[in-house]
Ligand binder design. Sequence first.
Ligand code: BGC
Length: 398
Amino acid sequence: MTTLRDDFLWGASSSAHQTEGNNTDADWWEYENLSTPFFPERSGDAVDSYHRYPEDIALLAEAGLNAYRFSIEWSRIEPEDGQFSRAQLDHYRRMIETTREHGLEPVVTLHHFTSPRWFTRAGGWRDPVAVERFSRYVDRVSQILNGVNWVCTINEPNMVALGIRYFDLAIGAADDNANGRLEPDCEVGDVLVRAHREAVEILRTATTARIGWTVAQQAFEGTSGNEDVLARTNHTWEDRYLEGARGDDFFGVQAYTSQRVGPDGPIPHAADPGNTLTGWAYRPDALGAGLRRAWDITEQVPLLVTENGIATSDDSRRIAYTTEALTHLEAAVADGIDVRGYLHWSALDNFEWGRWAPTFGLIGVNRETFARTPKPSLAWLGRVARNNGLEPPVGLPR
Ligand code: BGC
C-alpha cells in the first residue's frame, strides 16, 4: 500500500473563461464570436460561476475534497492597457477567502489561455513588450495573494504556443494548417518561458506561495525507426517548458492521453469507439508517464497533478479512468517521486474551448437554470480524499 503525504491535496480544477460567463474583454470571446469552424460554439454565460462560485466551492468541500484550483482572469483585472480594476481584484480576493472558509486550499492560476483583447490586438505574446505587460499584471495581482500557498503562473504554455497558430488561421493571418499537424510556435514558447521566469521572481518577492507552472503532457510514444522524430517532438511540445520549470517550487502535471509519433510527428488519434468525447485515446496510464517524465526533465521539482480527467457522458467510466490513473500516481510515489496532490479536471462540466459536448465535470450543470448536480464521481473522489488514497478500496457511493 502506498502512503501519500498527510498534506496531500485532493481537489478539482477549473478556469475562469470556461466557467465564469461573459468574459467580454478576453481575446477568446472575440475568437469564439467570429463564427469560424475552429470555434463552433460560444462561452456566453458559461456556467455563471462568476456569480455562483460559492456554491461550486461548497459542493467540493461537502464531498470531502481539500483543494480547489481556479484562475484569475487577466482581462477582468486589466480590461484596458494599464487600467486595473480594484473591484475585480476584490472579487478574486473574495473567491480566495471563500475557498479558505470552506477548508479548501486555493490553487490559483494567473493565466489560463485567455488574454485581454487589447494585449492580443497589440501582438499578444509576439509583441516585444509582452513579458513586461504580463509582469505588470502579475505584480498587481500579487497584492491579493496573501495566504495563498500555490500559484500557477501560466497554464499550458505549450498549448498557448500552439493555440496562437490556430488563431492565425481563424482570423485569416495564416492559411497553411500543415495538414492538420500544426506545432507549438517555438519563438512564442521562448517568450512564455521568459514571462514565467519573471513572474516567479515577482511572486517570490511579493508572496509566500509556492510558484510553478503547468504543462500539457501527451505521453508521446515513438514508433519504430522514428526515434529522432520522437526526441524532436518531445522537445518542441514539452521539454522546453519542463526545462523552463527547473528550480521552481512545484511543477503542474496535466495528463489525459498518450499519442504516438510517426515520421511526420504526432499521429492524430485514430477513430475508435473507446475514444473519449474529445476524440482522444482512453489512456489513464498517461498520468504515470507524465509524472515520470516531468520528474526527470525538471530535475526533480516536486509535482502537483493540476489536471487529469476524461470527457465522457458515462460517469462510471470517469471513476474507472480516474481509479486507474491514480494507481499510476501511487506507483510513481512508491518509486520515490515527490507528488504533492491530485486535482481532477474538472470541477464542473464547462466550456471546452469552442465546444460544450465534451463533459469533464464531477458536477453537471443545467445551462438554462445553472442548477448544479453533483455526479457520483464527486462523492467517490471525496471518499478517496478522506481515505488519502485508493486503499482500502473505495467503492461506488450508494
Ligand atoms: C486545459 C483545460 C481543458 C482541458 C481539457 C487542458 O488543456 O488546461 O482548459 O479544458 O485540458 O481539454
